[in-house]
Write a protein that binds this ligand. Sequence first.
Ligand SMILES: *Cc1c(COP(=O)(O)O)cnc(C)c1O
Length: 359
Amino acid sequence: MTEHEAELGVATRLVGGARPVGPGASLNPAVEFTSTYRADGLVDYARSGNPTWTAFEQVLGDLEGGQALAFGSGMGAIAATLDLVPTGGVVVAPRHAYSGTGALLRRRAEQGAVELRVVDIADADAAIEALDGAALLWTESPTNPMLEIADLPTLFAAAAGAGALSVCDNTFSTPLLQRPLALGADVVVHSVTKYLSGHADVLMGATVTADPGLQERLLTARTLDGAIPGPMETWLALRGMRTLHLRMERSCANAAQLAQRAADHPAVQRVRYPGSGAVIALEVAGGRAGAERLERAVRVWTCATSLGGVESLLERRRRHAMEPDSVPEELVRLSVGVEDVEDLWRDLAQALDEVAGRA
Ligand SMILES: *Cc1c(COP(=O)(O)O)cnc(C)c1O
């Protein structure tokens, strides 16, 4: 990146990053479908590198302030990052992290690969106490699906003081709302499947770090474990990222409106909304049955898992066995999309009316 480009705003960098240059160049990077390359170049085999990955990695790395690596899924990126922990090393992790992360950590702990210490990540004192002798601190903020907020700068500083690496899963915030490397994290991970690609049409993940030694180790993990994305998926993710700022702006504005309106509905006992981002959790009346009723009653919203796409989704999180008991049975997670907010509200309100028994 030239000095001139470094001064550009985020939207301009999202739109213009990693485009081929020179007379006659195509405007978009090519989708390079190949398994191998002619000998004596920088990369010899396509499990080690692909020019379409490089374009995607340049744009994401620039946004997060480090070097990015594309992975075949968010879980692939998470597994590679956990490989940074030496055998038997202590991992401090939030009770309410993404359910797949929690399950992977528990599996590794059962196998003796790591020692797991689960904490309430919103309680900085408890998390810091658990860091004694730790190899790695895992964070999410806001957490999935409880939307708790952690004091990230304090936790990252404490981890560094304790000699532990710190990792932040930045999927919910995206680098537009939060840049963990600037707050002191060593590694950022993403489920690119969500906001970054943004259209619920690919699975992909990424890591970002500003530490060349960690970058080398993550690259080795990706190459040897083989958790690589396809070039077509990577191209779609990069195309999706061109409009990340527009989608986030609209989704977040819609979410702020809906969180406020939902709070006044008699079928809503509690709204969890951290004040930014586009995920909301509602605890609805009638327990599990009430939440299931809401799932069935929506028409504009779709009842489906996942988040971060242009379309609005909701689901009762405890329908998944992996979700811990501390998540209420009646908690419904909403991923707010970019539709007309009045349509989203009318549909949600009529579904909540049914939950309240006044339809
Ligand atoms: C979806 C998700 C993941 C897992 O990513 P995949 O792309 O599904 O493998 C990890 N972390 C968070 C916060 C997620 O929402």
